[in-house]
Design a protein around this ligand. Structure first.
Ligand code: FRU
Length: 499
């Protein structure tokens, strides 16, 4: 492609900078198997796709700082979603329609073999009152898996394609797919005139001319305000609309304050384009999980990756890091009893080493450590059973030394599982705890903790709920201990996760 020889100054600068600066980041100072930015800042996963025999994961990227700034797209490839190889940044904000940033979007393999990226371009305009206002449009870039050229006819979806009352300032994050009959479709997040989120459905024959079909789903300010990063897919006979919502209000233990991810479960009518909701649920009950995207893997699994951070915390770091932000572990989605569940991708099992199994460990009011059960890259499976009647609380502490620890604790009489990083070394007055309601039989529960240096993801009862959080404790804090207020019997399987 000729265009590939004419990369812009902004693109060349970013590639030059990331090549030089990333050399100063030692692999052991990053997560081992969670993708982190090559250098600088990362937020949302973008363009999660399988192209030319490899998984491609792009990400919202500001290489020049560990804080959010003009958005580029970083790029990495993998054959197993765990070993990542960085490729040069794929997009830079260098056009009149995206000089304010190349915001989130998706990737699709075209019938002619090209890799298409559809993303939101941010520019601004002068308002009637002389102020400045952002304008968001949808744009295309085409490439070969390494270099991408922006489409000369950009933008392809603009304010003119919005329904009445929709904001041109909040119109972003296209999720693109191709129907079996060849038509292209995308869903895009939009803000209505009440300030609430909605998801708009568009259609195109040629990827270039688009028409609005309808509002596929509307918020009416019920679940947060603006909705971002929609993803629509079919799984186990159900249709799922995945949404990241800004400014949520808490609802019991299901939804929490701030930005959160939920899904609508129901029926998507491909003819009318309407999504009929039957149920909704949170997608992660921890502190740090946002803006996920999914992919259908070649072997038919629906796998989701999210940003393992949250917007209320992410700019609060008290020192500068050479990298900031990471992706979640890729997770396989499935339904059990009408509930969307998640399990770590099965490829993770190939990283397991030094397996330790401890059966029937009895804990009665004391703190217990087990030989060989330690580390910051760990797959830890726990089965907890009551012993001699009900117990009050069971806890597991990890990333622990004399000074620090992060904990997960379960109180059966409240059916509440709590994650707590108050003592993880954080010096900020940010959220350190979250609670979720968890099903159990007389206090019997199953937990699977995946630790990777700077994160913990807790899978409860074989994927019924997940709680994720970033942990900034020095990696030398690597002890694990168990505690029960009351008496429990514990089965433990632990494996180090090494690449
Ligand atoms: C979600 C989001 C997207 C936007 C991107 C900007 O986290 O706000 O809506 O495209 O981040 O970086």
């Amino acid at each position: 492609m000729d265009e590939l020889n004419t990369l812009s100054r902004a693109m060349l600068d970013a590639r030059h900078y990331e090549t030089n600066q990333s050399a100063f980041i030692m692999p052991e100072d990053r997560p081992a198997f969670h993708l982190s930015p090559r250098v600088g800042w990362m937020n949302d996963p973008n363009g999660f796709s399988f192209y030319n025999g490899q998984y491609h994961l792009f990400y919202q990227y500001h290489p020049y700082d560990s804080h959010w700034g003009p958005m580029h797209w970083g790029h990495a490839v993998s054959s197993d979603l765990l070993h990542w190889e960085y490729l040069p940044a794929a997009l830079a904000p260098d056009m009149p329609y995206d000089y304010g940033g190349c915001f989130s979007g998706t990737a699709l393999t075209l019938p002619d073999g090209r890799h298409a990226l559809m993303y939101t371009g941010v520019a601004d305009k002068i308002t009637r009152h002389g102020g400045r206002q952002q304008v968001q449009t949808q744009n295309l870039a085409f490439g070969d898996g390494l270099n991408y050229a922006k489409f000369p006819g950009n933008p392809v979806i603009t304010a003119e394609d919005l329904p009445a009352g929709a904001s041109d300032e909040h119109f972003r994050d296209p999720k693109l797919w191709q129907e079996p009959d060849g038509r292209y479709r995308c869903v895009i997040a939009s803000r209505d005139n009440e300030g609430g989120g909605q998801v708009l459905l568009y259609e195109s024959e040629d990827l270039v001319s688009w028409r609005l079909i309808r509002k596929a789903a509307e918020n009416h300010n019920r679940l947060g305000l603006m909705w971002e990063c929609p993803d629509l897919f079919r799984l186990d006979g159900q249709d799922v609309l995945l949404v990241s919502a800004q400014d949520m209000l808490p609802q019991g233990f299901e939804y929490h304050n701030g930005d959160g991810v939920f899904c609508l479960i129901g029926t998507f009518d491909p003819e009318s384009g309407e999504f009929r909701e039957r149920a909704n649920q949170a997608v992660d009950y921890g502190i740090d999980f946002y803006a996920p995207q999914t992919i259908l893997t070649p072997d038919g699994r629906r796998v989701m990756v999210g940003w393992l951070m949250n917007w209320d915390t992410c700019n609060q770091h008290y020192r500068n890091y050479p990298w900031f932000g990471q992706m979640s572990l890729p997770r396989e989605l499935f339904f059990r009893d009408g509930v969307l569940c998640q399990r770590p991708i099965r490829e993770l099992e190939q990283l397991r080493a030094d397996r330790v199994c401890c059966e029937n460990v009895e804990i009665r009011g004391e703190k217990v450590s087990l030989p060989g059960v330690d580390g910051r890259q760990l797959d830890l499976e726990l089965e907890v059973f009551p012993l001699d009647g009900p117990y009050q609380r069971f806890s597991v502490w990890f990333a622990q030394d004399e000074q620090f620890h992060t904990g997960v604790s379960f109180r059966p009489h409240e059916s509440v599982l709590k994650i707590d990083r108050k003592f993880s070394g954080s010096r900020r007055a940010i959220i350190h705890q979250r609670r979720a309601k968890v099903a159990h039989k007389n206090g019997a529960i199953r937990l699977r903790l995946i630790l990777d240096r700077f994160s913990a993801e807790v899978f409860v009862n074989d994927g019924e709920k997940v709680m994720s959080l970033a942990v900034d404790t020095p990696v030398t804090a690597d002890r694990i201990s168990f505690f029960a207020d009351g008496a429990v019997r514990l089965n433990v399987k632990a494996s180090h996760l090494t690449k």
